[in-house]
Every structure is written in C-alpha cells, then in structure tokens.
Design a protein around this ligand. Structure first.
Ligand code: NAG
Length: 333
C-alpha cells in the first residue's frame, strides 16, 4: 500500500530489458518444460492452519477505523458501522462482501465510507491462498490485498494485489527496512518494475513486478469470476502466483497444495539479496479499498474525468468498488 512512487517506476523501461520478458523468453527457448514448473520451490507438506471464509472475515479480522495512512479520501468504518451500513456482510452463498459506499452523494473533497480489515492472527511464514470472485476497480479506486508487520517498514510488507484507477495489470510489491533488494528475478514471469525493496516515507516505490496476465486486475479479473492469488513466504524467498478462475490447480481446490508443482510464479523475491526471515515477520493479512490518496490521487487522470476528489463525491462511480471473497486459506509446512 505504500506505493507512493509506483507510478514513476512504471515509466522506467530500463528494468524490463534487464530482468523481465527477455530473460523469460530466453529460458523458454532453452527448455520449455522447465519454464512450466516452479523448481525453485522446495517440496513440502502443507497443513491447513487457518481458513477464513464467510463470517470469519468479520469475526477473526479487525476493522481499522483510523484515518487512512496513505491519505485516501475514505472514512474507514468500525465493524459495527460497516455491518449496519451494509458495507461488510456475508451473502447466503457464503461469499464475503466488503464495499465502498455507493449510495451517498458527497461534496468534492469529502471522504467516502469504506472498509479495511486485518487478520488478528499474525504470520511469519506460510502459504497463503486467496480465492476471490471480484475486486474493486474504477476511477479514484485503490484496492489492495497485502500483509504487513509491525514498525513499518522494518517487519516488511507484501502487496499481493494492488492497483489504481483504470490500471489493467496487477502489481506485486515488497517494502522493507534497510538491506534488501531484488537482484535475481530469473524465476518469475512478471516484469520487474523496481529493485530497491528498502522503503521509507520519502521513497515508497519498493521492489516490484507487474503481472503479465490480462485477467489479473479489475474489470477483466471480475469478468473471469476472479481467481486465486497464492503467495509463499518462506526463508528462501517470497513467490507469488496468479491463477485465473478456470486455471486454478486441482491441489488448491482439494486443499492439498503443492506449490513446487505449479507454473512459474509471476513474482519471485529470492533470499539471496534479502534475508526474508529478518525482513518479514508477524504479518497480518489486510484487505482494503481506499480512494485517491498517495497513489490513486497522484496517478489520477487519463480516461478518468475531472479531479479525483470529484470522482469520490459521485456515488455512481462505486458500483464496482467491492471485494467478493470466497476464502483465504493459510497453510504452514
Ligand atoms: C451499489 O452497487 C451495487 C453493486 O455492488 C448495486 O447492486 C447497487 O444497485 C448500487 N446501489 C445504487 C444505489 O446504485
């Protein structure tokens, strides 16, 4: 979420030729079979530790209701307010909905009600599988699914799903304390956007990959009924995969995940240039939707009309600004 400078990194093609598509296609030419697996992932047996689905998102996660640390034009709601306003609820089919208010007309510059929740349980390692049917998107909208430890940025932050406005591809970003960079991105299909993971309030771009699958974000994600984002936080690295709905591996569905059998991850941050266990610990999983602020506000424009604050004032801009969550499963080995 601390992606203040992420829009600037998007404009830096220098990383892509060095580490992105080129290296991937070279690997494909040399050995196409090898590219279709995740050989860098140690084989392990994963046991289900926590399953968040339905009401457990509301009961086992905290509602953050302070002002948005990324300066968005949102009023994050308490659990009581969010449920009574219909911004957080469980459908009859078990799907959990987290919404931005789409009924209140505001004046330009006012904050709109939204929701940000974080798991009460914290994790320092694990395989996290998020099955999501739809996600927020649109002008001024800045959704994120991420995890973060205490004392930012020292215990790290992993941004698994994040984007702003009418962005079409997902972005994966790490933020850390000092001494962490991305120097070897050979085992990932994503496009490297930045290699400096060390972040501060002055430079929050982080080290990042851009997803290449057009179904990874926003409207096209939702059209495909979403899919699964899986990330593995392990001592030897952080790997992140995206599977569109019709490509979810059977071992995920059967709750016996074996990431070493999956395709090449979209993002891989190896421990070779970043001690993962030193930089990532005590993480709470977090889901939010903010509006404008440090990234969506700064990047606002293009096909989005008027000002970002004007967009926030009009409730009709938020009919697609909700998360529909199937489950998040946490496995440990
Ligand atoms: C708000 O959005 C939902 C979809 O999330 C839609 O069903 C509903 O009609 C919208 N409300 C208004 C007042 O437009």
């Amino acid at each position: 979420m601390h992606s203040f400078l992420a829009l600037f990194t998007l404009a830096l093609p220098v990383f892509t030729s060095a580490l992105g598509h080129d290296s991937v296609s070279r690997r494909h030419r040399r050995n196409p079979n090898r590219a279709a697996s995740a050989p860098h992932v140690r084989k392990a047996t994963y046991t289900l530790k926590d399953m968040y689905q339905g009401q457990s998102f509301l009961d086992e996660w905290d509602f953050f209701s302070q002002s948005d640390p990324t300066n968005g034009l949102v009023d994050y709601q308490t659990k009581q307010a969010a449920t009574s306003k219909g911004l957080a609820y469980v459908q009859d089919d078990g799907t959990t909905i987290l919404k931005v208010d789409n009924t209140t007309t505001l004046q330009s510059g006012q904050n709109r009600a939204s929701v940000r929740i974080s798991s009460k349980t914290q994790y320092s390692s694990g395989l996290f599988i998020a099955d999501i049917y739809s996600m927020p998107h649109g002008c001024s909208v800045w959704p994120a699914y991420w995890s973060v430890g205490p004392d930012w940025p020292n215990a790290g932050e992993i941004d698994v799903i994040e984007g702003v406005n009418q962005q079409d591809l997902n972005q994966y970003t790490l933020h850390t304390g000092s001494g962490c960079s991305l120097t070897n991105a050979q085992v990932a299909t994503g496009r490297v956007l930045g290699t400096t993971c060390t972040s501060s309030n002055g430079d929050n771009s982080g080290c990042a990959f851009q997803e290449t699958d057009a179904r990874s974000y926003g409207h096209t994600f939702n059209l495909a009924a979403g899919g699964v984002y899986a990330h593995l936080l392990a001592d030897d690295g952080i790997s992140i995969w995206f599977f569109s709905r019709d490509e979810i591996p059977a071992d995920i569905t059967s709750q016996s995940p074996d990431p070493s059998s999956w395709s090449t991850p979209s993002a891989f941050f190896p421990s070779t240039s970043c001690s993962i266990s030193d930089h990532f610990y005590d993480h709470s999983l977090t889901i939010d939707t903010t509006l404008c602020g440090d990234w969506a506000g700064a990047a606002y424009g293009g096909a989005c009309p008027g000002t970002c604050a004007d967009a926030v004032a009009d409730p009709t801009n938020f009919d697609s600004a909700h998360w529909a969550l199937n489950y998040i499963a946490v496995y440990q080995s």
